[in-house]
Structures are given as structure tokens and as C-alpha cells.
Ligand binder design. Structure first.
Ligand SMILES: NC(=O)c1ccc[n+]([C@@H]2O[C@H](COP(=O)([O-])OP(=O)(O)OC[C@H]3O[C@@H](n4cnc5c(N)ncnc54)[C@H](OP(=O)(O)O)[C@@H]3O)[C@@H](O)[C@H]2O)c1
Length: 403
């Protein structure tokens, strides 16, 4: 990228990562910073603004263009584990950048380059953690008026084949990317020399074999929450389902409301060993597992510019660490259910002010569903948005509207 820009007479300022805890400094033509330090990110923005003469904060001058090739780095494209929770879902460097952007009024056009965050052509190995980063970034232009965003998703798997020439072919289009219009979807994916964007299409009804089997056995995480409880009632009433509902604060019982087909177990979905126990119990009590519904969600409010790493991790835990733990627990219990349904939200696609972790977690789920189907061999679907209106469904995310 740097070579491509330099050859065309543009001299970008380059920032590279120094040692964690090291001081912000200039090193020749480059700035060196601890990318996890919001102060240093702010210093970098100030220095860039001064050097490029982009004007003083808030003067409405030419926006500073920032190309973030750092946050979305990763090793994806070679393995099939879809990332692991050991990797930070939203890198500290990106969170620090968001904090710094929130403190400054300098107009910034940010292009965040992610790697295989989305399944587009079917050829890539989608990385759910890359989607999580994109989902967090998505809220930035909604929460900060002076920020405009483009998420440019590239497939590192393509480079393995095309090498240097493939990378060079991407440099021009990435440099030319403009931020999305306010309110428009910021995602553009580059695959095989084409630029792809997202939009909703009507779902064709019929044709699909229903995944639900009469008298089937299902585990629902977050089963005592608004959505989970409602789904459980419907499955029991309409499909004679046998269910284990899971929640951290759940009061255990073997017959919810006197119905022995509905069992409640206290478990944290991020606890693999405990979830494996739940799956084993489902088999011994009711028979082979027909489906798992992952509807557990922790409250995850907060604007990205104010979120601490701890609050972000907490907000993501049920959806990110919880999903990995579920898949591991299924393997440990020797179960391969007919489906894995991940309860996501429209926020994964549209972003939502004040719900950075929630949007990030749901974007993770959407791509995890693709990953699980393609690479783990588990039929998975992710509901982007929850359509429908149900009496009694008054989950924390519904704002009490019951919809
Ligand atoms: N309600 C809506 O309008 C709506 C719209 C779009 C999408 N959704 C999605 O649907 C899902 C459910 O939403 P909801 O409205 O039913 O939320 P909710 O009422 O807050 O229920 C979530 C449940 O998850 C449980 N939970 C949280 N962390 C957990 C963990 N680590 N392990 C096990 N259980 C955990 C909570 O119980 P404990 O705290 O006791 O563990 C709670 O009962 C969410 O994923 C949400 O993103 C909902």
C-alpha cells in the first residue's frame, strides 16, 4: 500500500506499533506508538493533522484520511478454527483509536481493512472475529458525527494464490475507497477483483425442510430470557419438544410449570465443561439432540468511545466466548445437533447507537453461522433481526415494546 501510494506521489504518514508501554515518538518518516494507548492514538491524530494541514479541530476543514491496516490483522486464511477467543475480538488498538476519535473533533474518514469478515463467494474462510471488529466499528459514524467510515473486507486466502500481484491489485481500490454516505452500509468486500456490497433480499418462502422434528430435543441458552422463554413455550406447544433451558441465574427444576418436558439448568454458556454436562443430560433424559438455540445475551450498553476493554469483553462474552464454548462442549459431549441457531440482531447489519458491544457480538454471530456451516460441518443459521411480535416477549433488548 505504502509503495503504491508513494509511487503515485502521495506521502502518507505511517504509524507502526512500538513496544507496549513505550512512548510515542517520531522515527524518521514514521510514528511509533503503543497502539493500545488512547493518549498516544490522540497524539498521532494531532500530529497527522498538523503535518497534513488538515486544519484545527472543529473547523470543518478537509477530513483526515486514516487507513487502518493494523486492527484487522490476523492469521486467518490458513486455519479452519474461525479464530479463537484467545484473540481479542476487538483489538485494544482499535478501541484506543475509537477513544481518541471520540475526544477530538477533527473530521476523519476512516477506512478499516478487515480480513474475511464475511462469507461472500463461498471460497473464503470467514473469520467471525473479523466480523466482530467490523460490527464494533460500524457504530462509530453513528455515535460520532465527525467520523465517516468504510469497512473494506479483503480475503487473505486469495493472496496465498496470487501473492504480491494480488496485494498490489488491491492497493488502488483501497486507496480510492470513499467513506459510506451517512446511514448507508459501510461494508465493501473485495473478492476476485470485484467489489461487493450488502443488501437485504426478500426471503423466498417454502422449499426448505423444517429443521424442527416432532418431539425433538433442544437446548436453549438464555432460555429464561424474553425470547428464549417464548420460543420454549412455542416449541413445547406446537412441536411437543423436550427442552433444557439454560441461564446463569436460573433456578434449577425438572419440570417447569409442572411440565416434565421442560427442564431448567443453571449454567454459564461460556463454561465448556458445564455445557457439555448439559448436553449429556439432554441425551440421557430425552434422547439425541436435535437442535441448539443460542439466545444468551448479557446487557451490553455503552458508546464505543467510552467502553473500557473490560466492559467490552463483558458485553461480548455470551455471544463470542459463549459460542466457541458451545461448539467445544458439543464436541466434548459427542453431539452433532441438527442445527445451531444463533440469535443475532438487526444491529449487526445497521449498527446501533450506544450498543457497540451488542452490535459487535451480533456481527460475530452472523459470520460464525457461515463459518460453522462451511468449516465445522454444523448446520447453523443466524437470525439477523428478530421479526415478529409476541405477547409476553419483553426482553431487555426490546426496550419494553414487546416486539
Ligand atoms: N428481544 C428482542 O427484541 C431482540 C431483538 C433482536 C435480537 N434479539 C436477540 O435475542 C436474544 C435474546 O434476547 P432477549 O430479549 O430474550 O434477552 P434477555 O431477555 O435479556 O435474555 C437473555 C438471557 O440470557 C441469559 N444469559 C446471559 N448471559 C449468559 C451466559 N453467559 N450464560 C447463560 N445464559 C446467559 C440471561 O440470564 P442470566 O443473566 O440469568 O444468565 C437472560 O435470561 C439475544 O441474543 C438478542 O440479541 C432480541
Amino acid at each position: 500500500m505504502l509503495r503504491w501510494l508513494t509511487e503515485r506521489g502521495t506521502a502518507p504518514l505511517v504509524a507502526r506499533a512500538g513496544d507496549p508501554g513505550g512512548a510515542f515518538r517520531r522515527d524518521g518518516q514514521e510514528y511509533v506508538l503503543d497502539p493500545g494507548d488512547p493518549e498516544q492514538c490522540a497524539q498521532l491524530l494531532d500530529a497527522a493533522r498538523e503535518e497534513q494541514g488538515s486544519g484545527a479541530p472543529g473547523d470543518g476543514a478537509t477530513p483526515l484520511r486514516v487507513l487502518d491496516l493494523w486492527s484487522g490483522r490476523g492469521e486467518i486464511g490458513t486455519g479452519n478454527d474461525g479464530g479463537r477467543p484467545e484473540r481479542e475480538p476487538v483489538p485494544a488498538g482499535f478501541l484506543a483509536l475509537a477513544h481518541a476519535l471520540g475526544r477530538s473533533a477533527t473530521p476523519v474518514e476512516l477506512t478499516l481493512v478487515t480480513r474475511a469478515a464475511y462469507g461472500v463467494t463461498g471460497a473464503e474462510r470467514p473469520d467471525p472475529l473479523a466480523a466482530c471488529l467490523a460490527g464494533a466499528a460500524h457504530v462509530l459514524p453513528l455515535e460520532l458525527e465527525h467520523i465517516r467510515l468504510r469497512v473494506a473486507d479483503v480475503d487473505p486466502g486469495e493472496w496465498a494464490e496470487s501473492g504480491e500481484s494480488g496485494l498490489r491489485a488491491l492497493a488502488g481500490p483501497l486507496a480510492a475507497e470513499k467513506p459510506a454516505e451517512r446511514g448507508a452500509d459501510p461494508v465493501a468486500a473485495y473478492r476476485g477483483g470485484h467489489r461487493w456490497t450488502r443488501r437485504f433480499l426478500p426471503l423466498a418462502r417454502g422449499g426448505e425442510t423444517p429443521a424442527l422434528v416432532p418431539g425433538g430435543t433442544y437446548v436453549i441458552t438464555g432460555g429464561l430470557g424474553g425470547a428464549g422463554r417464548h420460543l420454549a413455550t412455542r416449541l413445547a406447544e406446537r412441536h411437543s419438544a423436550r427442552l433444557i433451558l439454560v441461564g446463569r441465574g436460573a433456578e434449577e427444576c425438572d419440570a417447569l410449570d409442572g411440565d416434565p418436558r421442560i427442564v431448567v439448568r443453571r449454567a454459564d454458556v461460556t463454561d465448556r465443561a458445564r455445557m457439555a454436562e448439559v448436553f449429556r443430560e439432554a441425551r440421557t433424559r430425552f434422547g439425541a439432540l436435535d437442535g441448539v438455540v443460542h439466545a444468551a445475551a448479557a446487557p451490553a450498553g455503552g458508546m464505543l468511545q467510552f467502553l473500557t476493554p473490560g466492559a467490552l469483553a463483558e458485553g461480548l462474552s455470551a455471544k463470542v466466548a459463549g459460542t466457541y464454548a458451545l461448539v467445544d462442549a458439543l464436541e466434548a459431549a459427542g453431539e452433532r445437533p441438527g442445527f445451531l441457531a444463533l440469535f443475532s440482531s438487526l444491529g449487526s447489519f445497521s449498527g446501533s447507537v450506544g450498543l457497540a458491544a451488542y452490535c459487535a457480538g451480533n456481527a460475530f454471530l452472523d459470520t460464525f453461522a457461515v463459518h460453522a456451516s462451511r468449516t465445522l460441518g454444523i448446520p447453523a443459521l443466524s437470525s439477523t433481526g428478530t421479526a415478529g411480535r409476541a405477547p409476553g416477549w419483553r426482553g431487555r433488548w426490546s426496550g419494553g415494546t414487546g416486539s
